[in-house]
Design a protein around this ligand. Structure first.
Ligand code: S3P
Length: 455
């Protein structure tokens, strides 16, 4: 455990370099492994989750390394070319890694056991294993459907026709990856849009994929995605945009810290990821998107952020999938916004790295913020100052740790988190970057007394 403390900060100033997008980084390693030849990736996020995916891809036969210029090289084995690893695949804290890679393995004749840390071992996997059975894969594990799980993939997969039951890009992507080593065309119907990084990257690597907005006979609207398998993927040169979910932390920090004026470079603005930016603008945030362009098949821009007086809003429920990872940091903004911010439609937040509704409510109450927990969300009364002076439990959740350190920047007393090491998952440069901008985040001196053992 490594306690981190955040004490009141002065205005944040300067240009900010945010690490690469986590979702796109995972996909670049996985899809690069499935092409024959060398894929080169710059801007890869070097957080624990993504490094875990790189290690898993090595176990499956890819040659992956980083050169002196910081460019990652992936020598892929091609669709159908994955090899049987000798060991279990250990996925640490990363739900995206385990769910996407299970999809991949489901249609290869391999038998692999996946394990994870305490947080990942409590997260639901049936949402992905059940639909993957439709390809002909089988799974061994416990009744609850949590890790450890052994996947027995099939070498003779049948194409699927699947109606999505949860709004989840991880489930959709697992099925799309499974479809790659399946003869014929698999069809996925998506009813609530989720991030489409896999669709964009498939197109870039030359996978035959179609996407069409349709209305089913029942009158329900859907996106119909088709993926035709067993083609050949062409290696690519990718430049990964900065992660909007990581950018959210300095953006909110600047909005709530008087005198701030920062510019974040090269931030991904995929419309399925920009819910928080829209919400903050509705709350009165001064955000300007500059220099809009395309990188890696994704829209990007530089974002200038200035301190703003925020006012509370009710966040539309249907916006949740486009900002699902951003609710913890939105809570910090809400604590400083005049009025009651209402967030609903957040059932999925209960099965993230932690139960993010319960854990945020617990930490906000400890920090002296008025908050009410709902089954599917929370309401926060803001604009009355944040007392602080507490240590918040992070429950192995990186976004909880970072959100409370941002809240501490404007509290009357410092706020600590019990374990700062979890931030390594997605934003290893977090503390150094914030301190350069003007924050005051530090590890309090801990004196460790080890009694001498008497013989
Ligand atoms: C992700 C999808 C989201 C998100 C996660 C990354 C992805 O999860 O919360 O951090 O890369 O596909 P769900 O698919 O469970 O919504």
């Amino acid at each position: 455990m490594n306690i981190l403390t955040s004490a009141p900060a002065s205005g944040l100033m300067g240009d900010v370099k945010i690490p690469g997008d986590k979702s796109i980084s995972h996909r670049s390693l996985i899809i690069g492994t499935l092409s024959i030849g060398e894929t080169k990736v710059s801007g890869l996020l070097e957080g624990e989750d993504v490094l875990g995916t790189a290690e898993a891809m090595r176990q499956l036969g890819a040659d992956i390394y980083k050169d002196d210029q910081g460019i990652w090289h992936i020598h892929g084995v091609g669709i159908g070319g994955l090899k049987q690893p000798k060991e279990t695949i250990e996925m640490g804290n990363s739900g995206t890694s385990v769910r996407l890679i299970m999809g991949l393995i489901a249609t290869h004749p391999l038998e692999i056991t996946f394990t994870g840390d305490r947080s990942l071992s409590g997260r639901p996997m049936k949402r992905v294993t059940e639909p993957l059975r439709e390809f002909g894969a089988s799974f061994k594990g416990n009744e609850k459907g949590t890790l450890p799980i052994t996947v027995r993939g099939t070498g003779d997969a049948l194409p699927i026709k699947h109606h999505m039951k949860v709004a989840s890009a991880q489930v959709k992507s697992a099925l799309m990856l499974g479809a790659l080593n399946t003869a014929g065309t698999s069809v996925i119907y998506e009813f609530i849009p989720s991030r489409d990084h896999t669709e964009r990257m498939f197109r870039q690597f030359g996978v035959p994929i179609t996407e069409e907005k349709i209305t089913l006979e029942s009158g329900v609207k859907a996106t119909k995605i088709t993926v035709t398998g067993q083609g050949e993927l062409k290696p690519q040169v990718l430049n990964i945009p900065a992660d909007p979910s990581s950018a959210a932390f300095p953006i909110v920090a600047a909005l709530i810290t008087k005198g701030s004026d920062i510019t974040l470079k090269n931030i991904g603005l995929n419309p399925a990821r920009t819910g928080l930016f829209i919400t903050l603008q509705e709350m009165g945030a001064d955000l300007t998107m500059q220099n809009k362009r395309l990188e890696c098949g994704e829209p990007v821009a530089d974002i200038r952020v200035r301190y703003s007086c925020l006012k509370a809003i009710t966040v539309p429920k249907d916006r949740a999938p486009s900002m699902i990872d951003e609710y913890p940091i939105l809570c910090a903004a809400a604590a400083h916004a005049e009025g009651v911010t209402v967030m609903r439609g957040l059932e999925e937040l209960r099965v993230k790295e932690s139960d993010r509704i319960a854990v945020m409510v617990e930490g906000l109450l400890a920090s002296g913020v008025e908050v009410r927990e709902h089954k599917n969300g929370m309401s926060i009364k803001g604009g009355r100052g944040v007392k602080g002076g507490c240590t918040v439990k992070t429950h192995l959740d990186h976004r909880i740790a970072m959100s409370f350190l941002i809240l501490g920047m404007n509290a009357q007393e410092p706020i600590s988190v019990d374990d700062g090491t979890v931030i390594e998952t997605s934003f290893p440069s977090f503390t150094a970057l914030f301190n350069t901008l003007g924050a005051n985040i530090y590890s309090p001196m801990v004196q460790i007394y080890t009694p001498l053992k008497m013989e």
